[in-house]
Design a binder for this molecule. Sequence first.
Ligand SMILES: [Mg+2]
Length: 144
Amino acid sequence: MIFNFYKNLRIMNVLFIEDDTIETMKLQRTLKQANLNHQITEKKNGEEALIFLRSGAKLPDIILLDLNMPKMNGIEFLRILKEDEVLKYLPTIILTTSKNHSDLLECYKIGIAGYVIKPLKYQEYEAKLITLFNYWNINELVKP
Ligand SMILES: [Mg+2]
């Protein structure tokens, strides 16, 4: 299978910004089932994510960003990220259930690397997420 061909190419550090713990479990389960060893760092909202990104910790290769979150939502986080001289280069992919077209336009305007709508069916979710990870695995990554 072509999915398996890419699986050991590179392990990515992924910052997953999402307030719902069930979503984190779903993502971890998907990676495990697909035998993908990407490292997930989970943050509950934009505020927590910014503290992490500015802590001096190793920066992630990609960011997966939810839109609806308490404290600081995805769009607010994205605006701050894109104004930061170092962090603005991090490829950020929106992962949301929101089909709101104005959200989508606003995110592309600010600057995102993708906008993925989460399917409700687990198998479809799994297929989309594996495709996403494999796509990023063939991309050149920024190492600020
Ligand atoms: Mg949410």
